[in-house]
Design a protein around this ligand. Sequence first.
Ligand SMILES: CC/C=C\C/C=C\C/C=C\C/C=C\C/C=C\C/C=C\CCC(=O)SCCNC(=O)CCNC(=O)[C@H](O)C(C)(C)COP(=O)(O)OP(=O)(O)OC[C@H]1O[C@@H](n2cnc3c(N)ncnc32)[C@H](O)[C@@H]1OP(=O)(O)O
Ligand SMILES: CCCCCCCCCCCCCCCC(=O)OC[C@@H](O)COP(=O)(O)O
Length: 365
Amino acid sequence: MGLLQLLKTQFLCHLIICYVFVLSGLIVNVLQLCTLPLWFVNKQLARRINVRLCYCISSQMVAVLEWWSGSECTLYTDPKSYPLYGKENAIVVLNHSFEIDFLCGWTFCERFGVLGSSKVLAKKELAYVPVIGWMWYFLEIVFCKRKWEEDRRTVAQDLQNLKDYPEKFWFLLYCEGTRFTPKKHQISMKVAETKGLAKLKYHLLPRTKGFWVTVQNLRGSAAAVYDSTLNFRNNETPTLLGILNGKKYHADLYVRRIPLESIPEDEAECAAWLHKLYQEKDSFQEQYAQTGHYPGPIMSPSRRPWTLINWLFWSCLLLYPLGLLLAQLISSGSMLTILASVAFCSAADLTSQILSGGSLDDWPD
Ligand SMILES: CC/C=C\C/C=C\C/C=C\C/C=C\C/C=C\C/C=C\CCC(=O)SCCNC(=O)CCNC(=O)[C@H](O)C(C)(C)COP(=O)(O)OP(=O)(O)OC[C@H]1O[C@@H](n2cnc3c(N)ncnc32)[C@H](O)[C@@H]1OP(=O)(O)O
Ligand SMILES: CCCCCCCCCCCCCCCC(=O)OC[C@@H](O)COP(=O)(O)O
């Protein structure tokens, strides 16, 4: 292991990265709060400002993936569809099998210029996560309680609100509704069996209601569904902690652009269409498992410097006062200050372990 690689595994480095992320995130959250009065005067301007503020936060995580860990993301797609990515609103349907699949999604958002504005149908619990959840509130992220009776009205309304959104966005849908585990797979295949549906090997049975309500309410504002299938080379199961430790992964993403007009309007037909789509996605994963690549040519966009520039900006801004504070601490020798610093470091350590240890999925529903 080289010196730089060893440095990347050090807790102190992780502490510094998390300190910059959390503090800059909280500053951005406060700035977002300040845009509230503007909503009543000029809503579109307030939205545009929030898109840029959100970029400041999410691009830090993308920078850790792209520049710190040096991970690579390869895109397999049709060259005719490629020029449209980032130029139109789209609904992205992605498999949910990895802890960092959202981060790879964000990386493609960044490379196609829609990172600040992109959205997801997320579980309600995530709205309470400091920094990310609070940022999402101002980004008009659509939250669901995963109780259809309650969600059908709120999700439809929130999607309708996006009709006049002033920036291009991708709306991510994890139709499986939860991350793949062998146990969840077993249960969902029992449901497939009772419903007379074909079994899937690499996916959970998709939940169709969220997809149908999204397609119906974004008709006219989204142009297409981007059917996206993600996997990692060498059978890796990447984690956020791995990324933070500087481990390099290689993601492969296969994207098919499907015009929204070709998706049935009727709920039952739309559900059947989605089940068929997941059977196709399953066959792509099978091909990947057998051959190590997806169908279609490689059209990879390369990383841009903006995530690194944003990260360096916040690091310089926030590490300078931290350095001053530490110098003061050492020169003062006060017991109280030293104890407070140790408490701060322990809290930061705990936060970083919770956030990067993949335990977000285990938060109570
Ligand atoms: C060019 C590059 C292209 C792409 C780049 C890729 C991506 C970039 C894009 C954007 C990035 C933006 C942001 C990303 C950032 C972060 C994301 C992070 C986290 C978010 C993750 C989540 O929170 S996932 C969880 C929340 N989301 C969902 O659940 C969505 C899917 N769910 C639904 O759609 C549901 O239908 C629902 C939530 C709307 C309602 O749920 P509910 O349970 O109430 O109803 P259902 O209809 O689903 O359930 C009842 C029916 O389901 C049957 N059933 C029962 N058990 C099961 C089972 N185990 N599996 C399947 N089905 C089951 C049951 O029988 C009922 O069936 P009926 O026939 O009777 O209806
Ligand atoms: C810059 C470095 C930053 C360091 C670490 C910060 C970590 C912040 C991570 C916030 C990302 C939020 C996305 C969480 C993904 C997630 O939680 O998905 C939930 C789904 O699976 C479904 O969950 P469930 O069905 O309940 O198991």
